[in-house]
Design a protein around this ligand. Structure first.
Ligand SMILES: NC(=O)C1=CN([C@@H]2O[C@H](COP(=O)(O)OP(=O)(O)OC[C@H]3O[C@@H](n4cnc5c(N)ncnc54)[C@H](OP(=O)(O)O)[C@@H]3O)[C@@H](O)[C@H]2O)C=CC1
Ligand SMILES: CC(C)(CO)C(=O)C(=O)O
Length: 308
């Protein structure tokens, strides 16, 4: 029996955490960590997922905890928070995990593994990326639209031989669409090209994935950002498909056209915090490091910041 902990019950944690709890709470121990109003709502009523994939809408885990410090001997921790909460979560986790605890981040971004590694030097961290269109409808209620979510994850390069078959079994038993790669770096950068470009252009224009595909100006701006990331990836010897820009637009076209991005929602609801640094900040930093000019990214970064 394993102890699985899901931190953050937003779009991603609400969708994947729901599935994990539904399938595992009688075989394993599942704990949800939520804060504030989400904690109150989920403790009282359970976690609600509105999704065509689940006729039953509510799931109740073995435990709902308000503080990371209350977690006891976790075997697997799913980190499902926005990037601006990542270091805070990892610093708190450092006090409750053992060296054997496996960390599975479910987040966007190309530098998540490195950032967790800085705070948790000894743990196994499975580099990953996720595709899903799911968002908080209200605290404790998550809405999923469109295709089934997908998780892609790989081995930890620092703990390459660590047995993670049981992690794959839990994910698979949960009915989660997933793909496992020994080395998931190319997949992570493939997702990064998609979400960094579509995230920033949808945020600037308050538009949807479909609008970026179909509006010539938005399409052009997204393609220019993708080209910059592709050049950075080439310099870093990260293998990406030669047709990555075309492929990314093809992939985007498989989403319902009105799908928002998480960056666009955060920027245009004036949430106060957003993941602009995860995308633009990282591209500009990598560009400087490997000597790739990033004018398209720098321009849109300034434009989005000016509108905040
Ligand atoms: N939503 C989507 O469709 C997709 C998102 N992503 C990526 O996945 C990651 C997660 O995004 P998403 O799920 O949308 O984000 P959300 O903002 O919807 O959810 C994050 C949740 O984490 C909670 N949280 C943060 N810190 C803590 C803490 N210390 N203790 C307990 N709860 C905490 C937040 O609480 P509170 O509500 O109180 O702030 C929030 O409910 C991001 O990197 C995003 O870019 C990737 C693919 C698709
Ligand atoms: C575009 C989408 C929904 C795809 O998974 C995403 O990753 C995000 O909004 O952060």
């Amino acid at each position: 029996m394993k102890h699985i902990v899901v931190i953050g019950l937003g779009g991603v944690g609400g969708y994947f955490g729901f599935k994990i709890n539904q399938a595992n709470s009688n075989k394993h121990q599942v704990s949800f960590i939520a804060r504030g109003e989400t904690f109150k709502k989920v403790s009282e009523h359970g976690l609600t997922l509105l999704s065509p994939e689940h006729p039953e809408k509510v799931t109740k885990p073995n435990a709902v905890l308000e503080n990371i410090s209350e977690i006891k001997t976790p075997d697997l921790v799913l980190v499902c928070v926005k990037e601006y909460d990542l270091e805070n979560v990892c610093q708190q986790l450092a006090t409750v995990i053992t060296d054997d605890t496996i960390i599975l981040p479910m987040m966007n971004g190309a530098d998540i593994y490195d950032r967790i590694r800085k705070v948790l030097p000894l743990n196994t961290i499975l580099p990953s990326c996720v595709y899903v269109a799911s968002h908080i409808k209200e605290k404790g209620i998550v809405e999923h639209k469109g295709k089934a979510g997908k998780l892609i994850f790989g081995r930890d390069p620092q703990h390459y031989s660590r047995d993670i078959d049981w992690v794959k079994a839990i994910i698979s038993d949960s009915g989660i669409h997933f793909s496992f790669k020994d080395n998931s770096l190319s997949e992570i950068w493939t997702k990064f090209i998609f979400i960094a470009s579509f995230g920033m252009v949808t945020a600037k224009y308050n538009s949807s994935i479909g609008q970026v595909c179909n509006d010539p100006q938005q399409h052009k701006e997204a393609a220019a950002i993708m080209e910059e990331i592709k050049q950075i990836a080439d310099r870093k010897n990260i293998e990406l498909n030669a047709d990555i820009v075309v492929n990314t637009f093809e992939k985007a076209a498989t989403f319902p056209p009105q799908t928002p991005t998480s960056l666009q929602l955060d920027v245009n609801t004036n949430k106060g915090a957003n993941e602009l640094e995860l995308f633009a900040g990282a591209i500009i930093k990598y560009g400087t490091e490997v000597d790739v000019p990033t004018p398209a990214t720098q321009k849109i970064y300034k434009e989005i910041k000016a509108g905040l």
